[in-house]
Design a protein around this ligand. Structure first.
Ligand code: SF4
Ligand code: SF4
Ligand code: SF4
Length: 247
């Protein structure tokens, strides 16, 4: 029996999520590769496909109307579409520009009119096509992506944890960043990564987006009262990976 086909596509992104996948030399990844046929993956192979695909993994934001047709073609050919990485799921850090007037001049100065810099509002790919699953993170958690793919291949529903990163952090018995005089946004960040950042002694920056009904007013208050942030810095910090979710 033919193996399910897997194809990777990229749009506006740093391609870090693709790179993250190519870093997977572990046993679980090698086991996965025994059960799928990778037919397109620009960072790792030269072959491409114009045929049917079982699972399409799409990285990057939808920033140009010109990309809509390519996304629709992927959707048309794929049985399942997975948006992976913050850029694809919410617009990610690309969406910061949605809050900045004249962002091209701001970043590129006199070179802002170069044709390859043409770009509009950064949106998730779900703004252009139906998405079946989302794997958040900047970059993705390799274990989570493997779990999503494994569940798909086994016909099991994948559920992203509804609770915040603090729960996973406490399970690991990591000392809280606030007790170290630092800041952290694990209180509102969506779990599923296993809280690696606080465990490595750095704050959670909510790269996976927020839990449902996150209390961002309380988060900003904590950042100001416990970590000494100005209100401007607290709002900016909470917007870094979630600019499309904030006003
Ligand atoms: S989610 Fe982060 S690592 Fe992945 S492509 Fe976007 S910017 Fe790069
Ligand atoms: S370090 Fe961050 S994630 Fe961990 S308990 Fe403290 S606030 Fe929560
Ligand atoms: S701990 Fe926070 S910043 Fe680190 S991977 Fe998880 S959600 Fe992202």
């Amino acid at each position: 029996m033919a193996k399910p086909t897997l194809a990777f596509f990229d749009f506006a992104s740093c391609e870090g999520c693709q790179i993250e996948f190519t870093n997977y030399g572990d046993a679980a990844t090698l086991e996965l590769l025994k059960h799928v046929d990778v037919v397109e993956f620009r960072e790792a192979m030269t072959e491409t496909t114009g045929g049917r695909i079982d699972i399409a993994l799409v990285e990057g934001s939808f920033t140009r109307e010109a990309d809509r047709a390519r996304l629709q073609d992927i959707r048309h050919r794929a049985r399942v579409v997975i948006a992976y990485g913050a850029c694809a799921c919410t617009g990610g850090i690309n969406a910061l520009k949605n809050h900045q007037d004249d962002f091209a001049e701001y970043v590129y100065g006199e070179h802002a009119t170069m044709p390859h810099l043409e770009s509009g509002t950064a949106r998730p790919i779900s703004a252009a096509i139906k998405v079946d699953y989302e794997v958040p993170g900047c970059p993705i958690s390799k274990d989570e992506l493997l779990l999503v793919l494994s569940n798909l291949l086994h016909g099991t529903e994948h559920v992203t944890p509804p609770y915040p990163v603090c729960v996973e952090c406490k399970r690991r018995e990591t000392v809280c960043r606030y007790d170290e005089g630092d800041h952290c946004m694990g209180q509102v960040a969506r779990a599923g990564c296993g809280a690696p950042c606080p465990a490595d002694g750095i704050p959670c920056e909510a790269c996976r987006g927020f839990v449902d009904d996150a209390n961002l007013t309380a988060l900003e208050k904590v950042l100001m009262e416990r970590a000494g942030f100005s209100q401007k810095r607290a709002v900016g910090k909470s917007r870094m990976f979630t600019a499309n979710l904030r006003s």
